[in-house]
Ligand binder design. Structure first.
Ligand SMILES: C[S@@+](CC[C@H](N)C(=O)[O-])C[C@H]1O[C@@H](n2cnc3c(N)ncnc32)[C@H](O)[C@@H]1O
Length: 429
């Protein structure tokens, strides 16, 4: 695609601009604040580029270099923060038409938008003991309400963290992020984010990489896996049994934060940084990336209660493999009993989003066993949960394709048995 041989019209190689290792430089050098230039539209600045290659490539592929550029974007809406897309130019181009999408329109229906006004704001960022800052509810938030919106501020193509290595002189992924932040007219929003207690301090090597790691969500824009920083949502702390979750718009560039349950005034708003359903040991290991020891209600419950929760979670994941083998052996009765047990375990563990897949499974199993009536009941339960969580669109049941029923649900889930879980933030991989 964006091989080095491409003419790089309208872009600068970062080498040409940098004479030194800027990791050590303070940010906000006023000289690096360029005046937006319409000739680079839709971007505000000439894209800044670096070249990367795959060090494991063989033969002629060794020479293939891909260009990754910082594409800066100023959003039009008042109060909307600016964005930087660090991707190959052709991919960045495809995001530009969505960068100005109104996040509210992505998640609220017409009636809800009409009722929405700034007074609807339901949260504030405050200091939370032992966690740095966090977000608390300033009014009662109703179960399943979408109460917070955000737009991506920095998006980094994960190829840069995977197999590709930047080979442009004096340039690292860190450099690209620094440049991205510098070009924002509201860079303070990003600069004020936290790397956590004991995290790197400004000026330290890889400070900005750590800031991204501790604050950004892993997600995808179409086919491209990215890390995306949503600066307002980045203030929300983790809980293993959270009261809220993140939903992405179809473009991946907007998010809505939705409540799993009622949240009272003064209550801290939390999301899970992890896939749901992990045992305490897995959670502990996976949270290392964020540099804190989890003291959420679940992790700090008495040993016997924690052990019982872990046992249920182990049983739930073990059941997945067993269900597959029952299914393959056409042992539908055994599979149904197992799936019913899993449903009960998930209810105790409050793993609501995971329940939908289990009910879909039960619907399929009953269909296979020839009991259409029971299958439809389970399908209805799955649809109800999916609708409440907002996974069936803004209006729930009704849309252009008509009401949701079992047939449509089965199509959505594919004909194959899918054990794919609906964790809202596979985000925090
Ligand atoms: C995405 S930020 C959340 C907002 C952050 N507390 C702040 O002050 O901006 C992630 C960081 O918050 C802290 N954090 C998040 N959840 C926590 C929790 N349950 N307990 C302690 N610290 C937590 C950790 O330092 C983590 O690296």
């Amino acid at each position: 695609d964006d091989a080095a041989s491409d003419p790089s019209i309208g872009s600068d190689t970062i080498d040409n601009i940098l004479g030194q290792n800027i990791n050590q430089q303070p940010l906000k050098n006023p000289e690096t604040k360029f005046t937006p230039d319409p000739k680079h539209a839709p971007w505000t600045h000439k894209p800044l580029c670096a070249k990367a290659l795959d060090p494991t490539a063989e033969g002629e592929f060794k020479k293939v270099r891909k260009r990754f550029c910082v594409h800066s974007f100023a959003r039009k809406a008042k109060d909307a923060h600016s964005a930087a897309i660090i991707m190959p130019p052709s991919l960045a181009e495809t995001t530009s038409e969505f960068l100005d999408e109104d996040p509210k329109i992505q998640f609220l229906n017409d009636k809800q938008i009409e009722k929405w006004n700034e007074k609807s704001r339901s949260y504030e960022v405050v200091d939370i003991e032992g966690k740095g800052k966090g977000v608390k509810a300033t009014r009662k938030i109703r179960q399943f309400e979408t109460f917070m919106f955000d737009q991506a501020a920095i998006v980094v193509d994960l190829e840069l963290e995977g197999k590709l290595k930047i080979v442009s002189k004096n340039t690292t992924q860190e450099t690209l992020i620094v440049r991205a932040v510098e070009r924002m007219n509201d860079s303070s929003l990003i600069e004020s984010l936290s790397t956590g207690g004991g995290g790197k301090k400004k000026g330290e090597e890889r400070y900005w990489m750590q800031l991204m790691e501790r604050n950004a969500f892993g997600t995808n824009l179409g086919e491209v896996d990215v890390k995306a920083l949503f600066p307002n949502a980045a203030r929300i702390n983790h809980a293993c049994n959270p009261n809220a979750f993140v939903m992405f718009s179809p473009s991946g560039l907007s998010i809505g934060i939705k409540a799993y349950r009622d949240i009272e005034v003064g209550e801290e708003i939390t999301i899970s940084y992890l896939m749901l359903g992990m045992t305490s040991h897995q959670r502990h290991a996976n949270l290392e990336r964020w540099g804190f020891k989890c003291t959420c209600d679940l992790c700090s419950s008495p040993p016997d209660i924690l052990a019982a929760s872990d046992a249920r979670r182990k049983r739930i994941s073990a059941a997945e493999a067993k269900l597959v083998s029952h299914w393959q052996a056409k042992k539908f009765g055994a599979a149904i009993r197992l799936a019913e047990e899993v449903v009960e375990l998930m209810k105790v563990e409050e793993l609501t989003p995971m329940l939908t897949d289990e009910y879909v499974m039960l619907a399929k199993l009953h269909l296979m066993a020839g009991d259409r009536h029971t299958a439809e009941e389970h399908a209805d339960t799955a649809i109800e949960i999916l609708k409440n969580l907002g996974f069936l669109g803004k209006d729930g049941y009704e849309d252009d394709e008509g009401p949701w029923d079992m047939e449509r649900l089965m199509k959505l889930y594919g004909d194959e048995m899918s054990i794919k879980r609906n964790a809202p933030d596979e985000a925090a991989s």
